[in-house]
Design a protein around this ligand. Structure first.
Ligand code: WT7
Length: 690
């Protein structure tokens, strides 16, 4: 029987009491930037975002600095208190944490019993059944659908009954390959409700990429849609699943949701999801799960060809998504939160689903693209749906700003309060445009740094004290509980003070951090805990300013960031090397105006080839698209007689990166190469190809 420990307590209701939020006068000092636009550099405080944590009022802790200090010095008290007040438990935990950063052993809220779907849905369906839980912003503007918490609870219960009815049980892995829709969110939360582990695969990945993820987790159940609709185009999702499943003997059933209702071939393992939902009961008893039971896994790229199934557990992840969503964006009761990311990425998990819903917010499910039907889509949507927050990717901003201010200015954006972005560095030009044109100089810009592995936002300007400045183009300040550390990659010594650059690590554990790589805990330890013992290593480099603010300098490993999508260079090389005419290849990133980073492939052919150069180039691009995803297609392919290698045979990517970036005079020392003459050939060939 469901028992609620904290419902109705002052603590829980206090969280949603807007009168506790503080405001103060606006004081902004405006500086002219080189673009001639106004930019608040030193004192960007027009909208005050400090949201004190009422839980600690009794300790006399109200200022952000005091609260941050508490989170670092007394993490058990800090997170334990918040876990009890913000989440609803079946059974209280006995120990706040059991973590060892040296051995990568991470456990939070031990022996606690909880269900994430109850926290996201049932408690709000009970207290405010008619509140809008989600707005499904479908591809065609103006066709949005609203779903209340009560309606969504029914869908969730039906979905849970359907899954259980077909034998899906606690601990099973379920692959979700769906476009954004209430049904897709219900699929995720139904897994959470019955204790199955969802593995959402972005519905733009190829059949081969999907199959790899299905096989890695030995998935028996797949949930998909007949088709997707995006930017006015129909995408045959079921067909991709059919192709993938052919190579996956572990798959026993494929649920097919009708997004378009067009006829698609159904085989004997396919199940019409809509029909099943229709006849299923709309009440369901949730499973009582342990804090540390896995909630989901999500694949992300690392420096080898095989994507990693990053695994998150129930309570810690949920609390961290809940806290960051509420306090980074200063979410207030009644507001509409618009994170446009897909549910196939961690941003969609934390800031479309778990963060907003666990706060009882109204969340946006955006099915379309930033340029459909025209580059005004986001802002037209902001006006029509009265969005109070928008959270998007820098690559979209860079694309939109090229289309001119008129696409923004013709819509009313006065509802907007906070502007967030994530995925890659937000360059000065895009920051300036976001702040001045989109936000009319009155909304905080939250450049948020985090990763699939961190579960939620880790570094971002807000929350902070009301008068704290926001500087362009850097995420600046750590969230509660996060103490960033910079370490020297060679000496492994901690770099102290300001004006230093190093490997970005975190000193203390936090509830939202990943627990393992599904099925490969050794790889988990090796990737995140081996290089800098005692710290979590992010894989990114960062710079700390004189006054202690953080700026991300980029990946330190062989991982690319193309339009905010993480891609391992080895994943692309594997595909290219499979071509019968290719001897070997090396892929590097180069600065790209819109995508942030573009893909440059250096390819060495075999002595005898079967095809012309044009045919080969087109083959290789097509292979990357069809075997990984369209964003994995190289922007440049350079055919070369060889690659720069050391005497031990290691490819010197540093040199390839400089060539790709068109900086041949910055090649540095090439004398350690086995054959230094190859460098000149590469530089010449690159120049000719421009
Ligand atoms: C990598 C994580 C976290 C959701 C989206 C991506 C890069 C992320 C920023 C930022 C500069 C950023 C890092 C990080 N990144 N946010 N604000 N500034 N770089 O999640 O796919 O796990 O990728 O994205 O390189 O390691 P992800």
């Amino acid at each position: 029987m469901f028992r609620c420990l904290h419902r109705g307590s002052n603590l829980l209701t206090g969280v949603f009491n807007a009168s506790l939020l503080r405001t103060s006068a606006n004081t902004v000092s405006i500086l002219e930037t080189k673009t001639g636009r106004k930019s608040a550099i030193n004192d960007n405080t027009r909208s005050i975002s400090t949201t004190p944590l009422p839980e600690f009022d009794k300790d006399g802790l109200k200022s952000h600095d005091d609260l941050y200090r508490l989170s670092i010095e007394k993490p058990d008290y800090f997170w334990g208190t918040l876990a009890r007040s913000r989440l609803q438990w079946y059974e209280d935990f006995s120990l706040t944490k059991d973590c060892d950063m040296k051995s990568g052993h991470i456990r939070w809220f031990l022996d606690g019993k909880i269900n994430a779907s109850v926290n996201c849905v049932d408690r709000h369906a009970e207290s405010s059944p008619d509140k809008i839980a989600m707005i499904w912003e479908k591809d065609e503007p103006g066709t949005q659908e609203y779903v209340t918490y009560r309606e969504f609870q029914k869908l969730l219960c039906k979905m849970s009954n359907v899954l259980e009815g077909h034998g899906v049980k606690q601990g099973d892995r379920v692959a979700i390959y769906m476009p954004k829709s209430p049904t897709a969110v219900a699929a995720m939360l139904a897994c959470a409700r019955i204790g199955a582990i969802h593995s959402v695969v972005f519905a733009g990945f190829s059949a081969e990429a999907l199959a790899g993820r299905i096989m890695d987790a030995q998935v028996e159940t797949v949930i998909t849609a007949d088709q997707g609709v995006r930017g006015g185009k129909i995408i045959d999702l079921k067909k991709v699943v059919d192709d993938a499943v052919q190579t996956c003997p572990c798959v026993k059933r494929v649920f097919v949701y009708q997004r378009t209702g067009n006829e698609v071939p159904m085989s004997n393992i396919d199940i019409n999801l809509d029909k099943e939902l229709e006849s299923a009961s709309d009440s369901h008893t949730p499973a009582v799960l342990d804090s540390e039971d896995l909630l989901f896994m999500l694949y992300t790229s690392g420096s080898t060809g095989k994507p990693k199934g990053i695994a998150h557990s129930q309570a810690g992840y949920l609390l961290y998504a809940n806290m960051t969503m509420k306090h980074v964006f200063d979410y207030k009761e009644g507001e509409t939160f618009g994170c446009v990311a897909d549910i196939g990425w961690i941003t969609g998990h934390s800031y479309v689903v778990y963060g907003p819903l666990s706060n009882g917010a109204t969340t946006l499910l955006f099915e379309s693209t930033p340029v459909y039907p025209d580059p005004g889509r986001y802002w037209e949507m902001v006006e029509r749906l009265k969005l109070n927050h928008i959270y998007l990717a820098p690559t979209a901003l860079r694309m939109l700003l090229k289309n001119g201010d008129e696409w923004v200015l013709k819509y009313d954006r006065s509802s907007l309060r906070k502007l967030g972005c994530v995925g890659e560095p937000l360059n000065n030009e895009a920051w300036d445009w976001y702040y001045n044109v989109v936000g009319e100089g009155r909304c905080d810009i939250c450049d948020t740094w985090w990763q699939t592995e961190t579960g939620g936002i880790a570094i971002t300007p807000r929350p902070s004290s009301p008068d704290a400045e926001i500087r362009p183009a850097m995420p600046m300040r750590p969230f509660f509980g996060i103490e960033p550390v910079l370490l020297d990659p060679v000496t492994k010594q901690e770099l102290t003070g300001g004006n230093v650059k190093g490997a970005l690590c975190v000193r203390h554990p936090w509830p939202g951090m990943a627990r393992t790589i599904y099925g490969d805990h050794d790889r988990f330890l090796k990737t995140y805990y081996a290089d800098y013992p005692g710290f979590y290593f992010s894989g990114d480099g960062a710079y700390r300013t004189q006054d202690g603010y953080y700026q991300i300098t980029g990946r330190m490993d062989d991982v690319l960031n193309v339009s905010g999508h993480r891609l391992g260079t080895a994943e692309i090389e594997d595909v290219i090397d499979d071509h019968e005419d290719v001897a070997e290849s090396a892929v590097v990133g180069f600065p790209h105006e819109i995508k942030g980073e573009g893909i440059y492939a250096f390819v060495v052919l075999k002595d005898r080839v079967s095809k012309s150069e044009e045919e080969l180039m087109s083959d290789l691009k097509h292979a990357c698209k069809s075997r990984v995803s369209s964003f994995a297609q190289p922007d440049f392919i350079l055919l070369t007689p060889g690659l720069p290698k050391t005497r031990s045979g290691k490819i010197m990517r540093r040199i390839l990166r400089k060539i790709a970036a068109n900086k041949p005079d910055e090649l540095g020392d090439v004398s350690t190469l086995f054959d230094p003459s190859i460098v000149e050939i590469l530089v010449d060939k690159h120049q000719q190809s421009l």
